[in-house]
Design a protein around this ligand. Structure first.
Ligand code: GDD
Ligand code: MG
Length: 364
């Protein structure tokens, strides 16, 4: 079985952290999301993978090379962003016409059973089978009307609030028959969700596969934090350390926590719950951190506190600084001592913050 992962999105909603790494390489429990996805594909006996890339293509090629976990990897590099359907069409030669193939939106974490999805696709003789899950607010997603026989009779992408046909959404995981290539015009960007799926639904060739396993789109900072939280809950080991972690006296761990290698934690600090520290992170004395993900090599100085935030790589959070819920601190930024960064503030890459910032959704 072959698979294609759509990995060419810009990740606008995860800026500034997505300016320096593709969204698919954001660490989830200290491991890039794409590593986790490729491992799961290998378990489902996928043996050929095409990464459809554009933005930061060379980072993917350097990291994954020609194979990973026994899966042969090829790259379909778009000259301009072809969007979801256009990216699949652009990779037509690499995928070939021999058999149905899997398509994954790369920014999804899910424990969906790929084999069961493939099996259902074959039963229905469909052109496309879409994995579907239920959410409370479907307005950010593709939604469907589904019959008892699992046929999708309507597909609507990002319906306005209250206008979605149901709260069953497109999970961004498909099995497609090679006939799909006849439905996608070549040479221009095409949204499979807006142009192709609605047409297949009208022709009764689109089917759905409902599943109840974990599913999270990491497209926004809050979702990214939630993905890490859900996975921490799901892991058997609630308290896991890498090599060479140095913990000073009287440190309090509130599980679940995940600490990568070469981390140092100073006296009297409180770590967790739901806290993930990347490789080489340094916490001073009396630091308090909860519900947060810290990227590698960040430093959080004495008496600082961090709640519900994502802290970028090599940032410095100064002594007695306070980072409130919903903040995203870009790589290499420096928050000066005693500064409070209020709820929901996004701090740009390399920015120095010298004064308090009020609660807001603004970017500084
Ligand atoms: N190669 C390539 N080229 N990939 C692309 C391009 C492109 O031009 N544009 C987007 N992608 C990739 C993104 O990297 C992502 O992995 C996937 O395609 C989906 O794009 P998003 O931009 O993340 O779309 P979305 O989250 O708003 O909506 C999609 O996902 C939802 C589930 O999370 C749609 O498929 C919805 O219908 C779906 O419900
Ligand atoms: Mg997305």
């Amino acid at each position: 079985m072959k698979a294609i992962i759509l990995a060419g999105g810009i990740g606008t909603r995860l800026r500034p952290l997505s300016c320096t790494r593709p969204k698919l390489l954001f660490p989830v429990l200290n491991k890039p999301l794409l590593d986790i996805t490729i491992e799961r594909l290998a378990k489902a006996e996928v043996n050929g993978l095409t990464l459809a890339v554009k933005y930061m293509a060379e980072i993917f090629m350097q990291r994954y090379g020609e194979s990973k976990h026994g899966i042969k990897i090829s790259y379909s590099i778009e000259k301009k962003p072809m969007h979801t359907g256009g990216a699949i069409k652009y990779a037509e030669e690499l995928i070939g016409h021999k058999e149905p193939f899997l398509v994954l939106n790369g920014d999804i974490f899910s424990t969906i059973d790929y084999k069961a999805l493939i099996a259902q696709h074959k039963e229905n003789n469909a052109i496309a089978t879409i994995a579907l899950c239920k959410v409370e607010d479907p307005s950010r997603y593709g939604t469907v009307k589904l019959t008892k026989e699992n046929m999708i009779t309507q597909f609507v992408e990002k319906a306005p609030l209250g206008k979605a046909p149901s709260n069953l959404i497109n999970a961004g995981v498909y099995v497609l028959d090679p006939k799909i290539f006849d439905y996608i015009p070549a040479g221009r960007p095409v949204s499979i969700e807006r142009e192709v799926f609605p047409k297949l639904a009208k022709e009764n060739k689109l089917f759905g596969y409902q599943f109840n396993e974990i599913w999270i789109d990491i497209g926004k900072p809050a979702d990214y934090l939630r993905a890490n939280r859900v996975l921490l809950d799901n892991e058997q080991q609630k308290h896991l350390f890498g090599d060479n972690v140095k913990v000073d006296s009287d440190v309090e761990f509130n599980n679940p926590v995940r600490i990568d290698s070469d981390v140092t934690i100073g006296q009297n600090s409180k770590v967790g719950p739901y806290t993930i520290l990347g490789r080489g992170v340094v916490l001073g004395k009396n630091v308090s951190i909860e519900n947060s993900v810290v990227f590698p090599n960040a430093t959080i100085e004495d008496n600082a506190s961090v709640r519900g935030a994502v802290i970028g790589e090599e940032t410095t959070i100064g002594a007695s600084a306070e980072i409130m819920e919903g903040c995203v601190i870009g790589d290499y930024a420096s928050i000066h001592p005693n500064v409070t960064v209020g709820k929901g503030v996004t701090v740009c890459h390399s920015k120095e913050v010298t004064e308090n910032v009020a609660n807001s959704d603004r970017i500084i």
